[in-house]
Design a protein. Structure first.
Length: 173
């Protein structure tokens, strides 16, 4: 069986790419990559919040942690390509816009692009207006990249983050 490339995401760190055989047990691969033990390991990226009805308040993703005793093949890692190791089972996210707040408990494997789409829909921002907005970490000027994952921004035991929806400032060139 061939080797596959996998993106490894950890708390507070940029992703790392590693190669592994699909026959290998995920736990052994993570040990070899120096991950150590984490309370939760997720496979794939979570997009579940995009299916949440608008009227739901304080929703929660149902993305379950993976069984690390299974092989990469059994976990379909060749299809998902992402493994997320995090001390947080969920990350409590608050998003503020125009004096209102929306909340959701996301999987650490959720990309910022999904959080942004979820928030813009919750605040009923139209597609044309939404294109001008981004998420910014509350009280900072940090605007996470759309392909960053929540688990890269948050470290356990503080499994929460706050964002403001702000107008994206594009440099004049």
């Amino acid at each position: 069986m061939s080797m596959i490339e996998v993106f490894l995401h950890r708390e507070g760190a940029k992703p790392k790419i590693f190669k592994a055989s699909q026959r290998e047990q995920l736990r052994n691969v993570l040990n070899r990559e120096g991950v150590g033990s984490f309370a939760h390991v997720f496979v794939g990226e979570c997009r579940a919040a995009l299916d949440e009805p608008r009227e739901v308040e304080d929703g929660q993703d149902a993305h379950e942690p993976a069984d690390v005793t299974k092989s990469l093949e059994q976990l379909e890692i060749d299809r998902h390509r992402h493994v997320h190791c995090n001390g947080c089972r969920h990350i409590a996210v608050e998003v503020n816009y125009s004096g209102k707040t929306q909340r959701h408990r996301f999987s650490p494997a959720t990309p910022i692009s999904v959080v942004t789409q979820w928030a813009l829909r919750k605040f009923d921002l139209t597609d044309s207006a939404a294109a001008d907005f981004v998420l910014q970490v509350c009280g900072t000027s940090q605007q996470p990249r759309p392909n960053e994952h929540l688990g890269e921004l948050v470290k356990a035991p503080d499994c929460r983050i706050c964002f403001d929806i702000v107008k994206e400032v594009t440099p004049q060139g």
